[in-house]
Design a protein around this ligand. Structure first.
Ligand SMILES: Nc1ncnc2c1ncn2[C@@H]1O[C@H](COP(=O)(O)OP(=O)(O)OP(=O)(O)O)[C@@H](O)[C@H]1O
Length: 902
């Protein structure tokens, strides 16, 4: 494929490196990091709050919970500064020495290690990439220093140097802030921490190195190497400005304007970049001098950027290293000079306004930081889309006239890259549209709480990687041999330090107080604080610099105004988006809390229900135990009884009485005095059983039919009794139990051998008094013992043992032995139909009609207190069942023996 000529045809890949910060000892103990290195070039980022990894199911975020990101290289936490420098920055230094422009910037959230990467730490061997770059440059040009007759200006210009440029930096005329605070700070960079690397350079050339240090703070550009003038309260006092008692030292500085690079500087690019007008630069002869300047700049940065958070960089700091290279054989020919720039930027951390609840100045500052970073991202996105369009056009090469693509047509269709929307991108514009190699370093602290912010950082990196920048050789400019101050092109007005006396600063100033802590750092010095008042002035209005603008300036006032309008609108849009994002996050959080609240209340409701169920079950069990006690399955509840249900009562042993008594429901104790409330007490005791309640509610058809039948069941004839006042009657409150037992009794043991019923199921007509049964069926000598297996067989074996025992007990409870008739036949009657009741209790009308119940014996009620008896266990029930069986067996055998004997 033929390549068209143009700036977009030679592409180089931008490098994006990821550096993972180690966990620091003094920080809170980390959970697991959310970054997992997968290879040398890729990492997986997993949200620690993801439902799969956390109990919380709701994330107030739309960020993907897990993603894989690819970089040019991933540096693990244990990477040394030296290794990092060699792999990321050294190639840029080599290119710069060969005449290529380069840009390196660090990007990441606060506390992710950007400053550590650029400047370094305090330990030996921890010098960052900036001091190492200076070391390598000076190591490499050793013996090749030029005489510095010419200096670089603006972006691409060269002009004869000013004598002041040659002065060493420490001779800044005004009392500088460094002098004020020099003793306060001791930036770490031990002399012994020098990078020994040497890069091979063309030894036919001479080199001069120039350093500038600027910062973009609150959408304004400041010179960090400009002298800072202090304002003493005493105008006569021209000496060293020290703060008066109780009054802070007042420091002032002025923002610098950005100006388009004039075409006369010989920029090859179609789009002119911008330069920082008035930015001071110093020629340095050694790495030591250069580092001293950088330290001064860092000190200024710290002082002026300390408004909000002294631990955090709130500005974008950029060190610009310019290398002027001239052929040794053409020393007097400035046209042979080449200028290359290497800019290292320590970007401010992306701020979490919604997390820190930032307000006031801090919010504005954070907004500006975010704005500049966002615009940087937008620029990259537009550049990427433009490059795609270009690539698409190139792929259709041959469709135009002569089979060539007209690049002008292609460029017309490209979107405008919004460099002008922030000061940062305006300053960097030249690198993107011009001739530069760019390297981005992404710093991430994998233990940081701001997963979402870090995720945005990674996405930004992914975007940046797809942008390609054209390399081009550094321009070689012809410089007229004119004296200092009379320069080619336009002369830029120097913007020096201002004082409060300067008339123009009043309308555009902002004042703020800055407190600088001076920590002892274990060097024997006492920790103290210095309060300063900082006065920052806006850059001069355009009108003031009109004289400085070249005729070639491409910006017309109308276009400028339109751009400003667009910038304003974008700013408003950005703010609206920020507000929306905050509202969205808050709403999500609110919804999440509401959901959690609901879940909690549902959980509570279910636990309450569960508790109720448990209580009911307990009561049910208690009721069963009660029944077992009443039926004598747990010991013999009534030792002395006057049961007259069976005629043989008098002659039965105590044990036999126990068994029989246990088969009869309880009534009020004779003479206990509480006979009057027997009914209510009875029903109360039954109501304790949830089962009973349920049965009542269910209104079971079987029950109804049985109840119906029972209405017609006549009272049994009076049975012989040894207690005259004992009566058997039906107990109202015990319906359920009696129904169940009646059912069992009537359906299971209601037939004799001949198949004749001897208990009534259908009504009065069927009723056959037990006393006559013997006569009617003389052969029907029911053997209780033989009935036992039958009863037992009706208990489902699949049920748990305790339930089996309970059913058996109920069945047993429904039976009583009765011997009657002249032939001494033994009959089984369902005695559950009969209830002992006191004489004073009113009985049903039906019963009253019979008038017989008054003759029924009263059975003494055995009182039992719940909880006093042992807890039921399966073994206990087994044993009890076994005991009952045995006792019934024994009793029956005895009775049969006795009856047989008779
Ligand atoms: N690779 C590393 N090895 C050891 N310590 C590190 C490393 N990276 C960062 N640190 C330490 O982590 C802390 C935070 O780093 P640093 O100040 O560089 O973060 P930052 O991203 O520049 O923050 P800000 O944007 O707020 O200025 C510092 O104490 C620094 O010494």
């Amino acid at each position: 494929m033929k390549r068209s000529k143009g700036w977009f045809t030679m592409l180089i890949v931008r490098k994006a490196y990821l550096r993972i910060r180690p966990h620091l000892g003094e920080e809170e103990s980390p959970s697991s990091p959310y970054l997992t290195p997968l290879s040398d070039t890729s990492v997986r980022m997993t949200d620690p709050q993801d439902p799969q990894h956390s109990r919380s199911r709701y994330r107030p975020s739309t960020v993907q919970p897990s993603s894989i990101y690819t970089f040019s290289h991933v540096f693990l936490p244990n990477t040394t500064q030296s290794d990092f420098f060699t792999k990321t920055t050294l190639p840029l230094v080599r290119d710069a020495l060969q005449g290529q422009n380069g840009l390196l910037f660090t990007y990441g959230v606060t506390n992710s290690g950007k400053t550590y990467t650029v400047q370094g730490g305090t330990e030996e061997g921890t010098a960052g990439i900036l001091p190492r770059t200076l070391d390598v440059i000076f190591n490499s040009i050793e013996g090749l220093h030029g005489d510095g007759k010419y200096r670089p200006v603006r972006l691409h210009g060269i002009e004869p140097s000013d004598p002041t440029d040659l002065k060493p930096p420490h001779v800044i005329p005004e009392p500088s802030l460094a002098q004020v605070l020099g003793s306060l700070d001791n930036p770490a960079e031990p002399e012994f921490d020098i990078d020994p690397t040497i890069v091979k350079v063309d030894r036919n050339y001479e080199y001069t190195i120039w350093i500038s240090y600027a910062e973009v703070y609150n959408e304004k550009v400041y010179d960090l190497l400009a002298s800072v003038k202090g304002e003493s309260n005493n105008p006569e006092d021209s000496s060293f400005p020290r703060p008066l008692a109780g009054k802070p030292l007042l420091l002032s500085r002025q923002a610098l304007p950005l100006r388009p690079s004039p075409a006369s500087d010989g920029n090859d690019s179609d789009i002119n970049g911008k330069y920082i007008a008035g930015l001071r630069q110093f020629r340095v002869h050694s790495a030591f001098q250069a580092k001293a300047l950088v330290k001064l700049g860092q000190l200024h940065r710290r002082v002026f950027g300390t408004l909000a958070n002294r631990e955090s960089s709130r500005s974008h700091g950029m060190v610009i290293i310019k290398i002027v290279k001239g052929h040794r054989g053409e020393k007097d020919d400035p046209t042979s000079l080449q200028v290359s720039r290497l800019t290292l930027i320590d970007l401010a951390g992306s701020e979490r306004t919604k997390h820190t609840h930032t307000t006031g100045d801090r919010l504005k500052e954070a907004g500006n930081i975010n704005k500049s970073l966002m615009v940087l991202g937008q620029c990259m996105e537009v550049m990427r889309s433009n490059q795609r369009k270009i690539a698409l056009s190139l792929s259709h090469e041959g469709t135009g006239k002569d089979g060539r693509v007209d690049t002008r047509d292609v460029k017309k269709g490209l979107a405008l890259v919004p460099f002008r929307h922030s000061k940062l991108t305006e300053v960097l514009m030249d690198y993107f549209v011009g001739d530069a190699r760019a390297v981005m370093i992404v710093n991430v602290n994998p233990y940081d709480t701001g997963y979402d912010e870090n995720s945005h950082v990674m996405k930004f990196a992914a975007l940046a990687r797809e942008v390609y920048i054209t390399p081009a050789p550094a321009p070689v400019r012809r410089v007229p041999t004119i004296g200092p101050g009379k320069l080619q092109g336009t002369k830029i007005k120097e913007v020096g330090p201002l004082t409060l006396k300067d008339p123009e600063i009043a309308p555009h100033t902002s004042r703020r107080k800055v407190t600088i802590s001076i920590a002892g750092h274990g060097n024997g010095k006492k920790a103290s604080e210095a309060i300063l008042e900082v006065l920052e002035q806006d850059e001069p209005a355009d009108g003031q610099d009109e004289a400085n603008l070249s005729d070639d300036d491409p910006i017309s006032p109308l276009i400028d105004a339109l751009f400003d309008e667009v910038a304003d609108l974008r700013m408003q849009l950005f703010e609206a988006e920020m507000r929306c994002a905050v509202i969205e996050a808050e709403t999500r959080e609110e919804v999440m809390h509401e959901m959690e609240e609901r879940m909690r209340s549902i959980e509570q409701m279910y636990s309450r229900r569960l508790m109720t169920e448990l209580e009911q079950n307990e009561m049910k069990t208690d009721a069963k135990i009660d029944m077992l006690h009443q039926s004598g399955l747990f010991g013999s509840p009534v030792k002395k009884s006057h049961l007259d249900v069976v005629d043989v009562g008098n002659s039965l042993s105590e044990e036999e009485q126990d068994v029989e008594l246990s088969l009869i429901e309880y009534g009020p104790a004779e003479g206990s005095g509480d006979e009057s409330d027997f009914s209510s007490r009875d029903s109360r005791s039954l109501s304790m059983s949830p089962l009973a309640g349920k049965q009542k509610k269910q209104n079971h058809p079987v029950k109804e039919s049985i109840v119906e039948k029972r209405r017609f069941i006549p009272d049994p004839p009076m049975l012989p009794s040894d207690t005259e006042d004992a009566q058997l009657t039906e107990t109202e409150g015990d319906d359920d139990l009696s129904i169940a037992l009646t059912e069992v009794a009537t359906s299971e043991v209601g037939e004799d051998e001949s198949g004749d019923e001897y208990t009534s199921e259908s009504g009065e007509d069927d009723w056959v008094p037990p006393s006559t049964l013997g006569n009617k069926t003389p052969k029907a000598k029911a053997n209780v013992v033989s009935l036992l297996p039958e009863i037992t067989n009706h208990v489902p074996k699949s049920l748990p043992k305790n339930l089996q025992a309970s059913i058996l007990a109920q069945q047993m409870d429904g039976l009583s032995l009765q011997a009657s008739g002249p032939d001494d036949s033994v009959v089984i009657v369902p005695v559950k139909k009969f209830r002992a009741r006191p004489e004073s209790v009113n009985v049903d009308e039906d019963e009253d009609k019979d008038g017989e119940e008054s003759q029924l014996p009263i059975v003494k009620k055995k009182k039992r207190q719940l909880g006093k008896n042992p807890v039921v266990t399966a073994e206990g029930i087994d044993m009890a069942t076994y005991a009952v069986e045995k006792r019934v067996e024994k009793t029956a055998a005895r009775m049969i023996r006795r009856l047989g004997g008779n």
